[in-house]
Design a protein around this ligand. Structure first.
Ligand code: JFH
Length: 286
């Protein structure tokens, strides 16, 4: 897979040299290239912004500079690296799976980025992340590439305001890279993730020593009794999800809940009927 990130702060993406993503790049599983948007600016000051039409505070990123950057990079299909671009940071093209090119635009008003989005993106051949700054990128840029048949995804990490799209680019690259075949050392952990306890929060985890600062590890985890351990973990996952993420609980398919699940949920003020998982009459669930 090839991922291009365009930003006015290429150094912001430096952490992608580290850890799992860095290894994926060195191993040739991920062709990640970071570009400085200003290299497509044309004036002496390499200006990328202008004041908002219609008035208002702040600045907006110019469509013409973004257009040149994105045309150049989208036109580089199947080439292998040397575009002479400054701030470029490529390892050479990697033969990726067939699949579409996606233009990803982080914005506070985008669709929520979640694991499903990451899984979908992991199936694409190329991702181009356009990191805005100031008040964002002139809206015609996303519209233009959408009209040209590019899959444009405007995404938000959550309901808080960042200063630009770079943090979202880091999040997306990490979430997608770990799903690529061969990146995560033990693919069993990915399998466990996708259908271990689908739709529930994680159960709590422990390691040695069995007593630490007067706190004991739950005894069942030392018992070697695999069925009891699995049940205990499932109960804790249900409990956490009920308290912290009732929205996830409501979304659980009732047919995936066994009798023991239903008993735990009943004790927590929830009931399972044909309408799914709902608060017990009179219970204040969320
Ligand atoms: C980004 C920015 C303020 C305007 C009311 C809420 C926002 C943009 C590019 C993503 C998430 C971002 C994000 C992504 C890209 C950019 C800064 C500040 C406003 C009006 C718009 C520029 C922010 N999940 N949060 N933030 N900015 N306001």
């Amino acid at each position: 897979m090839r991922i291009d990130v365009v930003t006015i702060f290429p150094e912001y993406l430096a952490p992608l040299e580290l850890s799992l993503v860095g290894k994926a790049r060195t191993a040739g599983l991920l062709d990640l290239r970071v570009h400085d948007l200003r290299s497509w600016a044309t004036d002496r000051h390499r200006t990328v912004d202008d004041s908002p039409l219609g008035g208002g505070a702040g600045m907006v990123m110019r469509p013409d500079v973004w257009g040149e950057a994105l045309d150049t990079l989208l036109g580089e299909d199947g080439e292998d690296g040397e575009d002479g671009e400054d701030g470029e940071d490529g390892e050479g093209a990697v033969p990726g799976p067939a699949g579409p090119t996606v233009l990803l635009v982080p914005t506070p008003s985008g669709d929520r980025f979640d694991q499903r989005t990451a899984e979908r993106l992991a199936g694409s051949r190329r991702i181009l992340v356009a990191c805005g700054r100031y008040e964002g990128i002139d809206s015609r840029v996303a519209d233009h590439y959408r009209a040209r048949g590019v899959q444009v995804l405007e995404i938000s990490l959550g309901d808080y305001v960042l200063n630009g799209g770079e943090v979202a680019a880091l999040v997306v690259v990490e979430a997608v890279a770990r799903l690529l075949p061969g990146v995560v050392g033990n693919p069993e952990s990915l399998v466990e993730e996708s259908h271990g306890a689908a739709g529930l929060l994680e159960y709590p985890v422990y390691t040695r020593p069995p007593v630490w600062r007067d706190q004991e590890v739950p005894e069942v985890l030392l018992s070697g009794h695999h069925a009891r351990i699995a049940r205990w973990r499932r109960d804790r996952a249900l409990e956490r999800t009920a308290r912290r993420r009732p929205d996830l609980l409501r979304a659980l398919p009732a047919d995936e809940l066994d009798r023991a699940d239903r008993a735990v949920l009943e004790a927590l003020g929830w009931t399972v009927d044909d309408g799914g998982v709902v608060p017990q009459p009179g219970a204040v669930a969320d």
